[in-house]
Design a protein around this ligand. Structure first.
Ligand code: ATP
Ligand code: MG
Length: 357
């Protein structure tokens, strides 16, 4: 009997509850097929928490998340709360939960499903074999450095400072090496070491820890070159690790290789195996409540959880294979369908994937 894994479930707002319901079908199916045991606890977060508890991140939500092995999140936010004061906005809750849970890295896999190649803007032969993961540092760099204005000779000046310390770089770089070890054992460390001091420190740290991972093939890539190579030969990348702002830009670029935002999973990790898993897309208020949402991003987020937090690699493989099989058989939700009139609903897609496992 496997130990019980505790999963805090944040369905959230908009299409969040719809896609999370499908991911929970996958959890249930995994229990049946593999004998694993999951204990899920639903908690309020985001817009719905503002409405019901007067805060986007209630204390008891945080407590449940902190005592769980992993968090599964649908999506939060929507126009209803957009004009609220800062402390009553769902996005404030997101920053708060990342900070409280110590989630310093954001992982976004970009995998091309063969049968969806025509949904991308790149040529199928360029995309062939693309299966990469961007590991973005999430809590440092220019986003969090000192920012100010001052008077200069040419008028007003604005200053953003980019700061990284050795410890911040080392923890994310080690995480990326470990992820690469579980994949194709290739790591591209992306920086701008020909210009930036933070990048030179970054590169020093990477080179210092690299000998501890002799099985991983390391290359340093300048960020401008990486942006180009992602469009030229995306299949040459396995794991990309980079600082906050480069990661922000490159992960969006990599994501668009795959075609639809409804397909993209993500993980946010800290120290240890704990992680928060969510689709890359938002709450999609325009299609909420209509059964139109593609649940695949959330279902693939469960596969990531299995792989990265629980080490359930076989079950993760089964989910990813099931998704590929269902797509290969021609099944589509509206966002990826050519003929929208033939599109499946959110729950029909979830049922098919669960069955294909
Ligand atoms: P956020 O600001 O929360 O990141 P957003 O408002 O920028 O999100 P989304 O909520 O992701 O954007 O929606 C962008 C577009 O993609 C919308 O037209 C939405 O309907 C569509 N979309 C998002 N997720 C899905 C999904 N799972 N299935 C189908 N369409 C989706
Ligand atoms: Mg939005």
């Amino acid at each position: 009997m496997a130990e019980v894994k505790k999963i805090a479930v944040i369905a959230g707002d908009g299409i969040g509850p719809e896609v999370v319901a499908e991911a929970e079908k996958i959890l249930k199916r995994t229990e049946e097929l593999y004998g694993y045991s999951f204990e899920t606890e639903h908690v309020l977060f985001g817009g719905i928490a503002i409405d019901e508890k007067g805060t986007p991140l209630p204390e008891d939500t945080l407590k449940v998340c902190k005592s769980a092995d992993a968090v599964l999140l649908g999506a939060v936010g929507g126009p209803k709360w957009d004009s609220n004061p800062k402390e009553l906005r769902p996005e404030t809750g997101l920053l708060g939960i990342r900070k409280e849970l110590g989630l310093f890295s954001n992982l976004r896999p970009a995998v091309i499903f063969d049968c969806l190649k025509d949904a991308s803007t790149l040529k199928p032969e360029v995309l062939e074999g693309t299966d990469l993961m961007v590991v973005r540092e999430l809590t440092g760099g220019i986003y969090f450095g000192e920012k100010f204005r001052r008077e200069g000779e040419g008028g007003q000046e604005a200053v953003d400072t980019c700061v990284y310390n050795v410890q911040e770089v080392e923890r994310i770089v080690r995480q990326a090496f470990e992820i690469a070890q579980k994949r194709r054992k290739k790591l591209a460390s992306v920086d701008k070491a020909n210009v930036l001091e933070t990048s030179r420190l970054w590169r020093e740290v990477v080179n210092r820890v690299a000998p501890e991972y002799p099985d991983v093939e390391l290359e340093h890539v300048l960020v401008d070159n990486c942006a180009m190579q992602l469009l030229r030969r995306p299949s040459s990348f396995d794991v990309i690790v980079t600082e906050n702002m480069f990661g922000d830009i490159l992960s969006d670029e990599a994501a668009m290789l795959t075609g639809s935002i409804g397909m993209l999973a993500s993980a946010s990790l800290g120290e240890g195996s704990f992680g928060l898993y969510e689709p890359v897309h938002g709450s999609a208020p325009d299609i909420a409540g209509q059964g139109l949402a593609n649940p695949i991003a959330t279902i693939l987020s469960v596969a990531l959880m299995f792989r990265l937090t629980f080490g359930y690699d076989k079950a993760a493989d089964a989910i990813e294979k099931a998704v590929a099989e269902v797509l290969d058989a021609g099944h589509r939700t509206a966002d990826i369908a050519v003929d929208k009139s033939q599109a499946l609903s959110t729950s029909e897609m979830g049922d098919l994937i669960a069955a294909a496992m």
